[in-house]
Write a protein of this length. Sequence first.
Length: 165
Amino acid sequence: MRYVTINNINPDDETKVALARAFDVAWTRFIELEGAEAATEDNRKRLAARIVALAKSGETDEQKQSETALIYLRVLAEAARLGARNRNVTALRAELPFDEHGYSFAPETVTAMTTALNLCLDELPLRIPSNALKLLSASILDAASRGERDPHRLHLHALKALKAR
């Protein structure tokens, strides 16, 4: 049986077009914010996967799909920048002293923090506000700065902090 709408597009095609529009809006904004160097195939795949996951969870509003997926991708981009900075900082550590407020994490710690954030994002609803993402990131950073290196404990610490709010 073939479904036909007024525009001669079946519901599956309408959904694909809506997802494509949500992707295009989020992708354009992502590149505006992150720059042309962020236009990688991996980022495109991550964004597409998040939008599809949102749609499967029942989110039909294209604007919400775009905004939520954009926040998710920007958090991942920030985690990647943090990892790159920390690799550079580790290499320069002997040359550049840090003040008592500076952070310096080994690559393994950055990996643990990134894993913890991904665990949080996998566990939480797909539609969480950006301030919740900031709180998760700050909680993970705080716990790591106090010496925690286990991604699962970092993840639990961040979720506990989020629930306390």
